[in-house]
Design a protein around this ligand. Structure first.
Ligand code: GLN
Length: 539
């Protein structure tokens, strides 16, 4: 067996060029040729993990099976590769420093001055190599967050330089992603920013092996030649990454550019078979040629930044493709929803999704949305806080407990239908202390969710501190809201469903973290199907 090969993906010129999508697309192509591949993200910020970051700062916090709160790019890795990631796939500067400082306190470096080089860089290298060793991957792709030239990314770039030198040219490869801007005034594509960005890498001792150029216009042969000449790479190492309508098309574009073949050649790996991408292609085809169209509203409070609901949005895309249906997903700010405008805001939608979230802001708009979905019989999916809102709404408007609430929002309520979990009561630290990761759930036979999953024992990922208050369960069930999914170990209510409604489901867990191109999540598939039924029924 040949040793694990390491590919590093760096970015230049600007942020948000899509390193995560390029890494995922390359990984997909290598996986489709039979290689075992994983992707890792190194984030240069000092938070130990993104769990404590406001979604406005950094987009969604993605949760892995093993309960790690991670960067949203890990969501792309899973959606593309259909292989679970773990804590080891996301490392931040905070985590690196934390382990070095812990070692220093233990006395591991006794007598030595602890420094960025070699101690921090050694810890970075250890984390990169660990993933290859532990899981026996053929290829580990490491995406370096940030942009080359940032002060924060310097130790990572230095670690890459050292690894290239230590492991040798055929075992390591650096892909640099840059932007070739189009100047409308002169009608030209410009390569200078790319040249400068490669120069910045060279100053740090790294010659990139492959350049991926983001562009809005096709790159001419001349431009490719120019970039190759000024950046010291072969012409077949200049890869065009043109803007496309869906991220799921990028692997197909990269195949056309032969990115996988160039990479395999450089790493001296065999390109023994054509990538098996039939299912992927079928998915993209369905996505681009929908037969129907529905409108779903996503009601939440982080709607200004679309990255905040990345996994939900992608899950809806997967589910749309299964139903051969384009889903127009509109994000609506829950603070904007009130009794006066709710009908005009929501009447044209075929499905209402109330988003996860924290804190009091915007909560009443979410509760009103649930009421509207319940009364107007519009398909409804409530996720985490969305499910909790469904419970509060039912308690207030059906059971008649006008002041029912979650104790997260008000401690004084006489009817705490959502309450802090027992295990959370002594918790004071914020970082990594929620109920996180995968837990089992048993689904009741006669339910909408059983119809969706087709099985009784499921496992889903969580991120919460509050739960349904069991004391009210009997009353809820008698009035028609049933607990149809229960954690078998501690009886925690995981899924609520409403009788006499076409499709009304609230889940305490986050199904969006598990939807992939190859395995679209059944709850989203059935939610979109219910929306489509409503549309076809003539809404
Ligand atoms: N704030 C709620 C809780 O902690 C819901 C969390 C969420 O939606 N992820 O229980």
């Amino acid at each position: 067996m040949s040793p694990t090969k390491f590919i590093f993906v760096t970015g230049g010129v600007t942020s948000s060029l899509g390193k995560g999508i390029i890494s995922s697309s390359l990984a997909k192509l290598l996986q489709a040729r039979g290689y075992r591949v994983t992707i890792q993200k190194l984030d240069p910020y000092i938070n130990v993990d993104p769990g404590t970051l406001n979604p406005y700062e950094h987009g969604e916090c993605y949760v892995t099976e093993d309960g790690a709160e991670t960067d949203l790019d890990l969501g792309h890795y899973e959606r593309f590769l259909n292989v679970p990631t773990s804590q080891a796939n996301n490392v931040t500067t905070g985590r690196i420093y934390q382990s070095v400082i812990n070692k220093e306190r233990r006395g591991d470096y006794l007598g030595k001055t602890v420094q960025v080089i070699p101690h921090i860089t050694d810890e970075i290298k250890r984390r990169i190599k660990l993933l290859g060793q532990k899981h026996k991957f053929d290829v580990v792709i490491t995406e370096i967050g940030g942009t080359v030239g940032d002060i924060e990314s310097l130790p990572y770039i230095e670690a890459v330089r050292q690894l290239k030198w230590e492991l040798g040219v055929s075992n390591t490869l650096v892909i640099h992603l840059t932007l070739v801007p189009f100047l409308a005034a002169s009608g030209e594509l410009k390569t200078k920013p790319t040249q400068h960005s490669v120069k910045a890498l060279l100053e740090n001792g790294i010659q990139p092996d492959v350049l991926v150029l983001r562009t809005e216009k096709t790159l001419s042969e001349d431009i490719r030649q120019k970039v190759a000449l000024f950046c010291n790479v072969n012409i077949d190492s200049v890869i065009e990454s043109i803007d496309v309508s869906t991220i799921y098309e990028v692997p197909l574009r990269m195949r056309r550019e032969k990115l996988d073949i160039t990479v395999l050649k450089k790493l001296r790996l065999r390109a023994n078979q054509e990538p098996q991408l039939e299912r992927w292609e079928a998915f993209v085809n369905r996505l681009k040629n929908p037969k129907h169209r529905v409108k779903i509203a996503l009601v939440g409070k982080y709607v200004e930044l679309k990255d905040s609901y990345m996994s939900i949005m992608e899950s809806v895309v997967h589910a749309g493709a299964v139903n051969e249906c384009e889903v127009q997903l509109d994000r609506i700010h829950s603070e904007d929803v009130n009794e006066g405008n709710i009908r005009s805001l929501l009447h044209s939608y075929h499905g209402l999704l109330v988003a996860p979230g924290f804190g009091h802001r915007g909560i009443e708009g979410k509760i009103l949305t649930v009421q509207y979905a319940r009364e107007e019989k519009i398909p409804f999916l409530g996720i985490c806080l969305g499910m909790q809102c469904a419970v509060i709404e039912f308690a207030r408007n059906v059971l008649g407990y006008k002041d029912a609430h979650s104790t997260e929002m008000t401690r004084k309520t006489r009817h705490p239908v959502i309450d802090l979990m027992e295990e959370q009561k002594g918790v004071t630290e914020k970082g990594g202390t929620m109920r996180l990761g995968s837990y089992p759930c048993v689904v009741k036979g006669k339910s909408l969710v059983y119809k969706a999953y087709g099985m009784k024992e499921i496992s889903e990922r969580h991120r919460h501190r509050y739960e349904f208050n069991d004391k009210y369960l009997e009353e809820f069930e008698q009035a028609g809201m049933k607990a149809v999914g229960i954690n078998p170990d501690n009886d925690l209510v995981e899924i609520m469903e409403l009788n006499g409604h076409p499709w009304f489901v609230g889940v305490q867990f986050h199904p969006e973290y598990r939807s992939t191109v190859e395995n679209p999540h059944p709850l989203f598939v059935h939610f979109v199907k219910a929306a489509l039924d409503l549309e076809l029924g003539g809404k």
